[in-house]
Design a binder for this molecule. Structure first.
Ligand SMILES: Cc1ncc(COP(=O)(O)O)c(C=O)c1O
Length: 473
């Protein structure tokens, strides 16, 4: 059958014509105007509206039933926010310094996100998939590769996926396939990699794999101790060498978050990682950096770049803030069999808003030795230091790295951290627990929009929370 040629005299598609239709531009302008108008008074924390509370509570109860357990905290968004502020469906306004655990890099109701999501709504399909992709999928893959190779790292390919866990599964598959039949992994104590069966085996939390089969054999190294960098490096290298001697030829990958995330916001360092990566390289073990949480939060887009580890990065994964997740790897790791695929690569809106997020990070000068991420970290850490002096014994560092910030509340027990987190929630500041022994409270402020004024507002709310926390209970 003959293929029908385009009838239009100009070489443009009908979709291109739709996108440049002035009615679309006008509709977008009106939507942006309406969103800004309705969002503008969401600019400070506020308690719930009494008349909305009963309906809100009823929804929470129904949610608990539907999802098989109460949510971690009573958060149901109204659907509108303004930068780091979000209004909940009970009318309360919170200062969101956790962003769905690092997902909302432009905060709430950002006009650029709304605009990109409208573009995505005009695509012919809601989801993109491996069988049928669109030009923005290509643009996202090429942009991530360009960012990841900017310091000389060796990545040729980028596979999009819908969750950090799936990006990590793909990374593991690539490494295991490359090193078959090696089947052991080296990771760090306190590692968190996601919620699949394989990643539950890798994650260093026995209760996260209760009742699950052990899909992988994993050996753990101690992570860097900020209080004893040289000693902890020595101990980690000694343990690595012991493992390499004990299981020669059995390791398929070294798995590392450059900054421990769920494990408690422990920064790595150039020296620490170099000391481990050199012997790993010599042993021919692929090095995987999991940047699902750390991407976009340091002086460089990737934290492995922040620590100058470009030459060691074989496979890297990202997610959360990029809205669509990805696994990047070099030609040498390209699988020889059809082990990588999935129906969805991402929602059209995830890809469009992910691209807009990358633009917004650049527009806000997030990166660089003296970029916004580093400057705001220092500002935040100094303010936390002042609070630590004001409330001795109630709050202590370390304070993480870049726009991953955490402190240890009280005695470091989970109970005290949870108690303070709940007080903060009631006062209007959203932060979330991480780590164990000690349990910390972390913040993931939106890198593309957070200002020092927002940090001041967060510190004022934390101060108020600590005053309540310090009262005898
Ligand atoms: C470092 C790291 N890797 C992987 C994941 C899993 O990502 P997802 O929850 O999107 O599957 C997370 C999520 O918190 C993470 O922090």
């Amino acid at each position: 059958m003959a293929v029908v040629q385009p009838t239009s005299p100009s070489s443009t598609t009908h979709a291109e014509a739709l996108r440049s239709d002035p009615r679309i531009a006008e509709a977008k302008r009106l939507i942006a105007e309406a969103v800004a108008e309705h969002a503008k008074s969401i600019d400070d924390v506020r308690s719930a509206d009494d008349s909305l509370v009963p309906g809100y509570q009823a929804m929470l109860t129904r949610l608990g039933t539907a999802r098989g357990g109460a949510p971690i905290w009573p958060y149901l968004s109204s659907g509108l926010g303004n930068g780091p502020y979000v209004q909940l469906a009970d009318g309360s306004i919170k200062l969101d310094f956790i962003g769905g655990i690092g997902v909302h890099g432009c905060g709430h109701s950002d006009p650029r996100m709304v605009d990109a999501a409208i573009d995505a709504a005009l695509e012919d399909t809601v989801m993109q998939g491996n069988l049928q992709q669109h030009p923005p999928s290509l643009e996202m893959s090429e942009r991530l590769l360009k960012l990841a190779t900017a310091g000389g790292a060796n990545f040729d390919h980028c596979l999009l996926s819908t969750s950090g866990a799936m990006a990590n599964e793909n990374a593991l598959k690539i490494a295991l396939h490359h090193k078959a039949p090696a089947n052991r992994i080296i990771a760090f104590e306190n590692a968190f990699a996601g919620r699949s069966i394989a990643l539950a085996a890798l994650t260093d939390r026995p209760n996260y794999r209760a009742g699950l089969p052990l899909a992988l054999s994993v050996d753990y190294l101690p992570f860097r101790d900020q209080a004893d960098p040289a000693g902890s490096t020595k101990r980690a290298v000694a343990e690595l060498k012991r493992l390499l001697n004990r299981h020669p030829g059995r390791y398929a990958a070294f798995w590392a978050e450059p900054i421990a995330g769920e494990g408690g916001y422990y920064p790595g360092s150039t020296e620490f990682f170099e000391a481990l990566c050199v012997p790993l390289r010599e042993a021919g073990i692929p090095i995987i950096f999991d940047e699902v949480q750390s991407f976009s939060r340091t002086s460089k887009p990737f934290a492995f770049q922040h620590y100058g580890l470009d030459r060691f990065a074989d496979i890297v994964t990202i997610g959360k803030i990029t809205q669509v997740c990805a696994t990047l790897y070099g030609e040498a790791f390209k699988p020889t069999g059809p082990i990588l695929s999935q129906t969805f690569t991402g929602a059209s809106s995830s890809i469009a808003t992910g691209l807009a997020t990358l633009d917004a990070l650049e527009a806000n000068d997030c990166f660089g030795e003296n970029g916004q991420n580093i400057q705001r970290h220092q500002y935040f850490a100094d303010a936390l230091d002042s609070l630590a002096k004001k409330y001795p014994g109630l709050i202590a560092g370390p304070y993480g790295e870049g726009m991953m910030i955490a402190f240890t509340p009280g005695d470091g027990s989970f109970e005290q951290a949870k108690q303070l987190m709940d007080i903060m929630y009631d006062v209007g500041l959203l932060g979330f627990v991480c780590g164990s022994n000690p349990t910390r409270i972390r913040f993931l402020p939106a890198p593309a929009i957070t200002t020092t004024e927002h940090i001041d507002a967060a510190i004022t709310l934390l101060d108020k929370s600590l005053a309540l926390f310090s009262k005898p209970r």
